[in-house]
Design a protein. Structure first.
Length: 321
């Protein structure tokens, strides 16, 4: 989950979770320009993936084919460009054997999930409160372009003061945690990502989450609540993505939001199938925010949005059968 500082000190509502980057003023920070050789398309040889920052909150990833016959482009031909955050690490994951090894047969038969381009982007959204996070995203090549097939917050840290925006002398967070209005609290989450190959590839996210309060007398943070969470994302041919599960919108319909607490939104009809991409209750904010929680979902038309957990019904996921 990507935390937004303003959502933390304005009534402590769940804010911009689960991979949603919040636009902020550019700090002028310049990040690294990265490149990586990767064999992600059906064409012979390796392509080159590169990333560069546009601002402290935005960036792009570009995929190039080597084209020695083109002197004008310096021997490279642009295949695709995708908007990304401030990328600080590029890597690749091979989930299917290479055609060169004679294990896959013809290169065009390589499944979309066979090779993934993995990018880690770091966001610093500190405005008064401190809020930093790392979002890891996996891209695949669908034969024409790069497509996002998985994304999750893999590291986050937020520190804020409970007295900000509070009209009472005390503030209550979550269940049973009552602290003074002048107290500082910290919320941290660190995850390990494991990619697993096979006929039904998966991504395991193991997260250590901690909610702490600041002890002024000893100048240390003490733990209020902590937990270990393991989530498995399975590849779904239907959704062309790694998903947690599938769900269906209940009879009262649902409201889709571009980001949590966004004004407006759009209606999603009852009976609509959804792919669940991330569940707020399992993210680090689940330690402090009580239900109802939000889900980040994918619609049948490819759009991604947020919906209330209570507006959908879980159903057995074909991705797990």
């Amino acid at each position: 989950m990507v935390l937004a500082a303003n959502a933390l000190w304005q009534r402590l509502e769940p804010g911009y979770p689960m991979g949603a980057a919040v636009p902020t003023a550019s700090s002028g920070q310049v990040g690294p320009m990265l490149s990586l050789d990767i064999d992600i398309t059906a064409d012979p040889g390796c392509e080159v993936a590169s990333s560069r920052w546009a601002s402290s909150q935005e960036g792009v990833i570009e995929l190039y084919a080597r084209d020695e016959s083109s002197s004008k482009s310096g021997g490279y031909r642009l295949l695709d460009r995708v908007q990304a955050g401030p990328v600080v690490e590029l890597s690749q994951v091979a989930l299917a054997p290479s055609a060169e090894a004679g294990l896959l047969g013809a290169q065009p038969d390589k499944p979309i999930w066979g090779v993934l381009l993995v990018a880690a982007a770091e966001y610093d959204q500190s405005v008064g409160a401190m809020s930093r996070s790392t979002v890891t995203t996996a891209y695949a090549w669908d034969g024409r372009k790069l497509v996002e097939v998985w994304s999750a917050t893999t590291q986050s840290e937020a520190v804020w003061n409970l007295g900000w925006g509070q009209s009472e002398e005390t503030a209550v967070i979550g269940r049973g945690a009552r602290l003074g209005a002048g107290d500082w609290v910290r919320l941290t989450g660190v995850s390990k990502v494991e990619f697993s190959a096979g006929p039904r590839p998966s991504i395991m996210l193991r997260s250590s989450q901690r909610h702490e309060s600041y002890d002024e007398n000893n100048d240390v943070f003490t733990t209020i609540k902590s937990r270990e969470v393991a989530q498995t994302y399975y590849w779904s041919d239907r959704w062309n993505a790694f998903i947690l599960s599938e769900a269906i919108v209940g009879r009262d319909g649902a409201t889709g939001m571009e980001y949590p607490r966004a004004a407006g939104g759009f209606s999603i009809a009852a009976g609509t199938d959804l792919a669940v991409l991330e569940a707020e209750g399992q993210c680090v904010e689940g330690l402090v925010f009580s239900p109802p929680h939000l889900l980040r979902v994918k619609l049948p038309d490819g759009r991604r949005c947020f919906v209330g957990e209570g507006s959908v019904l879980p159903m057995p996921s074909r991705a797990m059968v």
